[in-house]
Design a protein around this ligand. Structure first.
Ligand code: ADE
Length: 420
């Protein structure tokens, strides 16, 4: 190792979040985070939803430290510790001739790390921030420590930080194979298709206002596995068939099959939550109204225009077959869930704002002028639910992790290794 104590070596990476369309719910090993079934996800465009993490090493650091969104947090939790231990054990020699730094495989065991991470979306909005966060932590540390493993092998480490994080190591469409081995070495993520394979899809997320404190996924899953008679039937009989069908739907870009499978699987996941004792309610009235709106429209068209899926919270993730259907979907959603009168339309729809042009929405007056969707017949459905959706995010399938090489993109100061 270089004798001079003043050097800081760092790496910055950006990693996307993902949404499962065949759900992971239930562990067979709590410690290693091994699931009871395979799952499939779509990676979301990091331009709109991602984590950026800078990891740094220096002989001057006296302990491992982490800052999340600018605030120092503890790294003592078992899941962070598992990821740090697994990555350190795979570290190899690193040499930076320009800076005169040489770190051997053995040095990594004694050197301390500084980690700064930033989510470009509200961590509390229930948008799977830990998936992007733990994937980014593992990916950036692997690059810093010159770990010579591919992203599937890294996914088995990220999995030990947060199960769904393993799917954020790839872009496009990703399968988390549950594996059989007790060690978890074969419980890894693989890419089914990259983000260019099906780039017509448009993803619209309704961030639903919620007053209720939700059950965490970790305890929810445990309670389901312990008490639901339905969940084993789902894991053993239903999901294996759906995984095969979903892989086929993705390969063939078969939107009706993709939508049918996504909606059914989301509904079955929430059914096993209801089947848990005591029952777990993740969706609320707004979530249910969004499902009705999409189901009515899909039925009236004769073939699905939009798929929906809900994770462990009330937010709706809707996947439209193309830009045209996404615009028609937004018109319907804005009809039912207009912004409050003091909210600017440009802060109500964030992400890819071109959907607003496509939908012919320029200001609040355009929202007020929206006609009821033709498929709606009863008057109850025409009342609007102002304020029930906090905002919408428009995005698309996106790429996997990347390194950010500009100094300006780092979250830590290159001289001190402390947050900028
Ligand atoms: N949990 C939520 N966001 C995270 C992040 N960016 N890094 C690590 N853990 C997180």
């Amino acid at each position: 190792m270089a004798e001079n104590k003043s050097w800081v070596l760092m790496v910055t990476a950006q990693t996307p979040t993902n949404i499962a369309v065949i759900k992971y719910w239930g562990k067979r090993d709590e410690n290693l985070i091994l699931p009871i079934n395979d799952s499939i996800s779509v990676t979301l465009d990091p331009a709109h939803l991602c984590t950026t993490t800078t990891v740094a090493v220096s002989p001057s650091f006296t302990q491992d430290r982490m800052w999340l969104n600018g605030k120092e947090i503890s790294l003592s939790g078992g899941r962070y510790q598992s990821c740090l231990r697994e990555i350190r054990s795979r570290a190899t020699d690193v040499e930076d001739e320009k800076k005169g730094i040489r770190i051997t495989k053995e040095d990594w065991q004694n050197l301390h790390l500084h980690i700064a991470s930033y989510n470009n979306f509200p961590t509390a909005a229930g948008l799977a921030s830990s998936a992007a966060g733990l994937a980014c932590l593992v990916f950036s540390l692997a690059k810093l420590m010159n770990v010579k493993e591919d992203n599937s092998q890294l996914s088995a480490i990220a999995r030990q930080g947060s199960g769904s994080a393993c799917r954020s190591l790839f872009g496009g469409f990703v399968k988390w194979i549950m594996g059989k081995d007790e060690s978890g070495s074969d419980s890894i993520a693989v890419q089914l298709a990259d983000e260019k394979h099906w780039d017509e899809l448009v993803i619209l997320i309704a961030v639903v206002s919620s007053r209720q404190k939700e059950t965490s996924s970790t305890s929810g899953m445990r309670e389901t596995v312990e008490t639901s008679p339905l969940v084993l039937h789902r894991a053993k009989e239903v999901v294996p068939k759906r995984i095969i069908e979903m892989e086929e739907a993705i390969q063939n870009r078969d939107f009706p099959a993709f939508a049918r499978l996504s909606c059914s699987d989301s509904n079955q996941f929430h059914a096993v939550c209801l089947d848990t004792s005591p029952p777990i309610f993740y969706m609320n009235d707004t979530s249910h109204r969004i499902i009705s709106c999409v189901e009515k429209w899909n039925r009236s068209e004769g073939t699905p225009q939009v798929a929906y899926t809900f994770d462990a919270g009330p937010n709706a993730v809707m996947i439209a077959r193309n830009r045209k259907t996404a615009a028609l979907l937004l018109q319907r959603l804005l009809f039912h869930f207009p912004p409050q009168s003091d909210v600017d339309i440009n802060s109500y729809i964030v992400g890819d704002k071109s959907i607003l042009q496509d939908a012919g929405i320029h200001d609040l007056k355009d929202v007020e002028a929206l006609p009821p969707p033709p498929e709606i017949k009863d008057s109850i459905q025409t009342q609007n639910f102002k304020g029930d959706v906090s905002y919408f995010i428009c995005t698309r399938p996106g790429r996997g992790p990347v390194l950010l090489t500009e100094d300006s993109q780092a979250l830590l100061n290159p001289d001190t290794g402390l947050p900028k």
